[in-house]
Write a protein that binds this ligand. Structure first.
Ligand code: ADP
Ligand code: MG
Length: 225
């Protein structure tokens, strides 16, 4: 397996709060890494630094040959759009846009022709069981359906790395398992890597490996299988 993304000695403070104090992490193509740890331990900050949403105060983030921590904001956002996919706890779809357009958004932002983008979005919607819901607004969907649409949107541009922050946090356990199965299968099918932050052991059980974060530091990976 080839390493796709590596974070080395990552540090990040917010005022006097040291959210990351030298965390190390790497993920390979086709690998699903769970990140666990107590609330406030720096999981989201770690994910945001790795995903190029936040710039670490020090340390390196390497995406292949590209040093993410050194990229200018503009290039970093571009790389995020083309190579990364994000899924958050509450889906965060655009409330004014119907499901299909929400899913197509990353392609539309990349300048893909509208018709082609919507056709591709429709394929992802079908794959994730959202047929017949294209025209609905996010407010007209169940929590599980919102998460499925958010996953479709995260995957539509065929990212190399998917970042998921408590993606099932708002779901009951049946919906959570369904969402996880789809997410994991699709990520593996595309040989992408995924880093998934969760405090739920049943979610972490879907991963190949679990990294525990405590007080902004990674501690020994557990649960390799
Ligand atoms: P987790 O995701 O593990 O719950 P976070 O990474 O969100 O933890 O937060 C780690 C620490 O950094 C916490 O003490 C949190 O309050 C603080 N923190 C995170 N983001 C910010 C921010 N934007 N401004 C100030 N403090 C923050
Ligand atoms: Mg968090």
């Amino acid at each position: 397996m080839t390493t796709v993304l590596t974070g080395r000695e990552l540090r990040k403070s917010f005022g006097r709060t040291q959210a990351l104090r030298g965390a190390n992490v790497s993920v390979s193509g086709g690998e699903i890494l769970a990140v666990m740890g107590p609330s406030g331990s720096g999981k989201s900050t770690l994910l945001h630094c790795l995903g190029g949403v936040l710039r670490p105060d020090s340390g390196e983030v390497a995406f292949g040959e590209v040093r993410l921590d050194r990229l200018a904001d503009r290039e970093r956002s571009r790389l995020r759009r083309t190579s990364f996919g994000f899924v958050f706890q509450f889906g965060q779809l655009v409330p004014e846009l119907p499901v299909l357009e929400n899913i197509a958004l990353p392609l539309l932002l990349e300048g893909r022709a509208r018709r082609a983008a919507l056709a591709e979005a429709a394929e992802w919607a079908a794959r994730l069981g959202l047929d017949g819901l294209w025209d609905r607004l996010p407010a007209e969907l169940s929590g599980g359906q919102v998460q499925l649409a958010a996953i479709a949107r995260a995957l539509v541009a065929r990212p190399r790395v998917v970042f998921a922050d408590e993606p099932t946090g708002a779901l009951d356990s049946v919906a959570a398992d369904e969402v996880m199965e789809l997410l994991v299968d699709t990520v593996r099918d595309h040989d992408a890597a995924m880093i998934i932050v969760t405090h739920e052991p049943r979610v972490a059980a879907f991963a190949d490996r679990t990294l525990i974060v405590r007080d902004g530091l990674d501690v020994q990976p557990v649960g390799a299988r």
